[in-house]
Design a protein around this ligand. Structure first.
Ligand code: SAH
Length: 254
């Protein structure tokens, strides 16, 4: 009997944004793998073994989960948000491509989750209402030059930008450099949304402009949305503003 590996998206925060399919996959699993803080979000079940690991150990974690599934067990590997967005689903595919032939015979299910940019966008209004793109600012797995070229191309083409992995202890200056880069293409008044720990009890969402965007206001749990020339802010009495990008664009991109 061949085993199963479910790569499960937990959504950005608490169980409200966990899909019923993800919940069922977690309940069915005999073994759970994942980055420790994500595994902590999954309720303990006495019939399951748990294998927490460190943030940096994605390849080893994927291989360990696949190896256990190959013994015939039903394994779940958890990711925050969606597993296909800067997360474990691609690490699992990389491991299968490089790994033993038996891993290709496994039943692998990628179970989607609400990714951070959608959760942050929903809190702010509709900033992703027109064309947008998502970038990771982490230069752990790609050179910083490439990040800058992609920022130039995306901002220059009028995309709204969702910036994942803006900072970490090992990457303190990248977000400031990214804002500097974007200021070459975008007006100082371009709306910028900072969404931190959205979906959790300590969630914080703030709206500012590109000229006032403070890199120090972001941490590892923050996703940043930088608007395009078309993005607008509707002020509302006694309520948070609505940031949105209209559904239509002109030739100029605004
Ligand atoms: N697979 C995840 C992304 C992993 S990369 C997803 O689909 O959301 C990790 C980055 O995601 C963080 O640095 C941050 O930019 C963002 N992120 C994850 N959870 C978040 C949350 N609850 N609120 C805001 N940003 C979050």
């Amino acid at each position: 009997m061949s085993g199963r590996l479910a790569v499960v998206g937990l959504g950005p925060g608490d169980a409200r944004w966990l899909t019923p399919e993800a919940d069922a996959a977690l309940g069915d699993a005999e073994a759970l793998y994942g980055y420790a803080p994500y595994l902590d979000r999954v309720p303990e079940r006495p019939t399951q073994t748990r294998h927490p690991s460190d943030n940096r150990e994605e390849a080893a974690r994927a291989a360990a989960a696949l190896a256990e599934a190959a013994t015939g067990r039903n394994v779940a590997l958890v990711s925050g948000g969606d597993p296909g967005v800067f997360a474990m689903a691609a690490a699992v595919c990389e491991a299968i491509e490089r790994g033993p032939p038996a891993w290709r015979a496994l039943d692998v299910a990628i179970i989607p989750g609400v990714t951070a940019m959608l959760a942050v966008a929903a809190q702010a209004g509709a900033p992703l209402g027109h064309d947008f793109c998502a970038l990771s600012l982490s230069d752990n797995l790609k050179p910083w030059d490439l990040v800058e070229r992609r920022l130039d191309a995306a901002a220059g083409a009028g995309f709204v930008l969702a910036l994942y992995n803006p900072v970490s202890r090992a990457r303190p200056w990248q977000l400031g450099a990214a804002f500097e880069r974007l200021r070459r293409h975008l007006s100082p008044t371009t709306p910028v949304v900072f969404g931190r720990a959205v979906g959790r009890s300590d969630a914080r969402v703030s709206v500012t402009t590109l000229q006032d965007a403070d890199p120090g206001a972001a941490d590892m749990a923050t996703l940043i949305i930088v608007g395009s020339a078309a993005t607008r802010v509707i002020a509302r009495p006694g309520r948070a503003p609505l940031v949105y990008t209209p559904r239509s664009a002109t030739e100029a991109g605004a």
